[in-house]
Design a protein around this ligand. Structure first.
Ligand code: ATP
Length: 540
């Protein structure tokens, strides 16, 4: 049976992966806290990304599929930046969604996330709207259409559905629309623009001149520091700059656990290359990033790489592909974006190069002319690249793999969740829940147990724990029956358990138990650290 999302949500709370932010005050919609297990899991996701993309990258070697060797380096930029950055990037003017309000239910919807179907019954034709897709959505629409007409379930045959499910954006007149929670027709307002950037003020005076924004993406910090990185390191094109950090979007309808949050973390790379090689680098990064998710355990049949249709592309992009995952909360056949890999051309560097900042303008204000257009475009700084070998100056093209740390963590949580039946100490089959994380991502790499709390077993187990602790995140537990301790570790995804038993006291060996296969084998207690490190790194 496929995993139900509420089972995962319950496990996340019970075992300390995720809590609703400010829960004791009723929570804050779109904000999530990572608990003791969640913080380790998400750190491991970030660290796997940083290590695989940046620190463990060998700049001398050509990687499979890469057009040439390349360098990688990192940055950590501020969340609040000069507001002109967002003017130039286009976020100030264009980063909006359309929303519609329901006057009856006082609810707000993202225009493009409401769907529905036309239906006729009892001489009336109207559009039943829902936010749910698939069979569940159809059931909900039927239920509400019947209720609206004062009919009962057995009268469903009286309803005549007209055409397929379509998005609300295709309905020009809302007067015959039954909004998702409404009882009357025509309660939705006309769609209007809503900028997703969170505003704040910098300094003591809160007025237009001190207005600043929480960054909606980490990428711009990389572009505006492009020259600093060139001048302070010896990187040569092609090279990439990576950054991990918080981003903020005032999403109209945050939902699906952490999938769409208002505060989230991104893992982004801006990869700079010669224009004529950019198509090859784009292909390389698409494939490389796709393979990264597979390597860390996402199932091939739940992952897909989807090229954007030409009409989905931003005007400056010659190619964008989304890496998508079939999250369990999506309708069958639907996928949710994990990462976007975009060919951005030279749009960003060129935009930040244009124009000139007026030294007399107020330092923080975003400048518009009388037509509402930006008065000064970019910084006026030269952000071109000089190739010392070919003696050419050019503006590099950019490939941007932009991933979400929280969405990746959520995908790994969904993928890991499973239930099976295993024999207990008396051989009776009992149900267990396990989180089959890739060992690199698991919060604890191993747990160490004495079989019983006597005969010197705790002392030996503590010795092993002390030897492992400086090298690996491990857990010590001597409370309750050993079977229950195993189950606890299975539920938080600990891949290996080391148990000290009677035989340990005789010959110094301990058992190692594998979470997924339940296989047990004996090794000498002094080999625990090396064995677990070997298993976790996958060098079996
Ligand atoms: P969506 O279409 O789902 O809103 P997007 O296309 O706007 O996403 P990008 O701007 O490409 O997303 O951001 C890059 C990545 O950042 C996404 O692939 C996703 O992993 C993550 N991300 C974006 N918005 C959110 C959010 N509200 N909550 C969690 N992660 C997000």
């Amino acid at each position: 049976m496929p995993m139900q999302m509420d089972q995962l949500v319950a496990l996340c709370k019970r075992r300390g992966f995720l809590f609703q932010s400010s829960e004791i005050y009723g929570g804050l919609n779109g904000f999530w806290d990572y608990g003791p297990m969640g913080v380790e899991l998400k750190r491991n996701v970030r660290e796997a990304w940083w290590r695989d993309m940046v620190t463990a990258h060998n700049e001398q070697a050509v990687r499979p599929g890469a057009p040439s060797t390349y360098e990688m380096t990192g940055l950590d930029c501020t969340i609040i930046m000069h507001p002109q950055v967002w003017k130039v990037s286009g976020h100030y003017d264009l980063f909006h969604d359309f929303l519609v309000d329901c006057r009856e239910e006082k609810r707000r919807y993202r225009h493009d996330q409401v769907f529905g179907r036309w239906v006729e019954g009892r001489g009336q034709r109207f559009f039943v709207a829902t936010e749910t897709l698939g069979d569940e959505g159809q059931e909900e629409m039927q239920h509400r259409a019947l209720k609206f007409l004062g009919l009962r379930a057995k009268d469903a045959g009286e309803l005549k559905w007209d055409g397929p499910v379509v998005c609300l954006t295709t309905i020009k007149d809302h007067s015959q629309v039954l909004a998702p929670d409404a009882k009357k027709l025509g309660t939705l307002t006309e769609p209007r623009e809503f900028n997703l950037m969170f505003e704040t003020h910098t300094g003591a005076v809160a007025d237009e001149s001190s207005k600043t924004f929480l960054r909606p993406e980490t990428a711009q910090g990389i572009f505006v520091n492009f020259k600093n990185v060139l001048d302070s390191t010896r990187v040569k094109i092609p090279f990439g700059i990576a950054q991990i950090g918080k981003s903020f979007r005032n999403e109209i309808t945050p939902r699906n656990f952490t999938f769409r949050s208002r505060e989230f973390e991104q893992m982004e790379i801006e990869f700079f290359c010669r224009p004529e090689t950019s198509a090859d680098w784009y292909a390389y990064w698409r494939d490389r990033r796709f393979a990264w998710y597979l390597d860390l355990g996402l199932a091939r049949d739940r992952l897909r790489l989807r090229d954007h249709d030409p009409d989905e592309l931003s005007h400056y992009s010659t190619g964008t592909a989304d890496i998508e995952y079939a999250f369990p909360f999506m309708a069958p056949g639907e996928f949710g974006e994990l990462e976007g890999v975009a060919h951005r051309g030279d749009f960003d560097l060129r935009s930040h190069m244009e124009g000139k900042l007026d030294p007399k303008s107020r330092p923080l204000a975003v400048e518009n002319d009388e037509h509402g257009q930006p008065r000064y475009r970019g910084s006026g700084r030269d952000l071109s690249y000089f190739d010392a070998e070919t003696k050419e100056r050019f503006i590099p093209h950019v490939i941007e793999p932009s991933a979400g740390a929280d969405r990746a963590t959520l995908a790994f949580l969904c993928e890991a969740y499973r239930e099976d039946e295993v024999p207990d100490e008396n051989g009776k089959l009992t149900k267990r829940t396990l989180m089959a994380f890739h060992p690199r991502l698991a919060p604890y790499k191993a747990a160490v147990f004495p079989l019983v709390r006597k005969d010197g077993m705790p002392e030996v187990a503590q010795e092993i724990y002390a030897a492992l602790k400086p090298r690996l995140n491990v857990f010590y537990d001597e409370k309750s029956a050993v079977g229950r301790r195993y189950r606890r570790q299975d539920e938080i995804g600990t891949p290996y358990c080391i148990t000290v038993d009677g035989q340990t006291l005789e010959d110094g060996t301990v058992t190692v138990r594998d979470r997924d296969t339940l296989r047990q084998w004996r090794i000498h207690k002094n080999e625990c650290a090396a064995e677990i490190e070997r298993l976790v790194s996958g060098n079996e």
